[in-house]
Ligand binder design. Sequence first.
Ligand SMILES: *Cc1c(COP(=O)(O)O)cnc(C)c1O
Length: 374
Amino acid sequence: MTSYDLDAESAESDSILYIDLNAIRINYQLFCARTAPAECAACVKADAYGLGLERVAPILADAGCTTFFVAHVAEGVALRELLDSVRIFVLHGAWPGNERNLFDYRLTPVLNSLAQVNTWAAFARARGELIEAAIHIDSGMTRLGLDENDLKVFEADPGQLDGLSVVHVMSHLSCGDEQDDAMNQVQLERFQRLRRKLPAETASLAASAGLFLDPKFHLDMVRAGIALYGGRPTAREPNPMSEVARVRARILQVRDVDSPRTVGYGAAHKVAEPSRIATISVGYADGYARSLGSLGRACIEGIAVPVVGRVSMDLVTLDVSEVPRDKVVEGGFVDVIGGGINLDDVAQKAGTISYEILTRLGRRYRRVYLGSGS
Ligand SMILES: *Cc1c(COP(=O)(O)O)cnc(C)c1O
């Protein structure tokens, strides 16, 4: 059972971020079921998309996840300290200077360039042992990864890979969230052609959006991120994932406005009719996007109300005229993300994506983890 009852510490808090670990487990299991027999790896970079690596990663491992992706070496080190026996890929790869940490914490770098291959292979040869690596092929993002010319270097001189055991080869789709985009097929074909130039054990191409792509995109592994955290994996399909994050903010003050007035910075909102304005305890410092001014919505006891005026650092104003008086109580809480306010709708109104909304949630919330995940 998921309970949003206030515990003692929450009763002292002005804003609360609930993170439903049970929903993360359910999302992982749903993802696995839909992409099997491909393996489902979990992307837990950026503190598990802002939701807390320390709590999220063990739940995923317990749900059966044995392969994790992080971006930075430091994230890999933190993850290794939580989970001893899983495979951890580090997307940003190997650099002169970080090889020691990669090796000591049994992190597998995703090598993105010839220079990274050389760095890691030289480290392996200096140790006189075979060391694992993944290799990133650029199939169309033009961001990270080896391109066709880089791979020709290995064809000409296969010795460059000496010392490396290439356990995985990957690439990343630029339009994966649009299942009909021709770019997906172009990237798949390019990846399949280029990966044959490498002696890799397994391959991956798709991220969360792979859930809605043809199984031919799943290859050996799908790298799930946002879907595990409740975000909609594609632009078009209804979201099959369970809600994970819920942000609630306290109602600090409710005012009756009976004469024409303006609300907030820039006098941006004008009150014409007699209205009630509630001021709540969340702002852009908490990751509530400033772009949601006059566009966002909150939910009070199941009733949606509009954000009026600009979003301040610590405060947001709502027009609660439509909500019965006894339901808008000073000291009570309203939902601003989740709990009736859909994460992807918030992102769309803010002019961004759910990923950015989640990863920008601030440090000021009291964080309450719900569900043991079992
Ligand atoms: C972050 C990331 C993913 C996960 O992407 P989602 O869209 O969140 O599923 C997969 N692969 C790579 C290379 C990534 O950087």
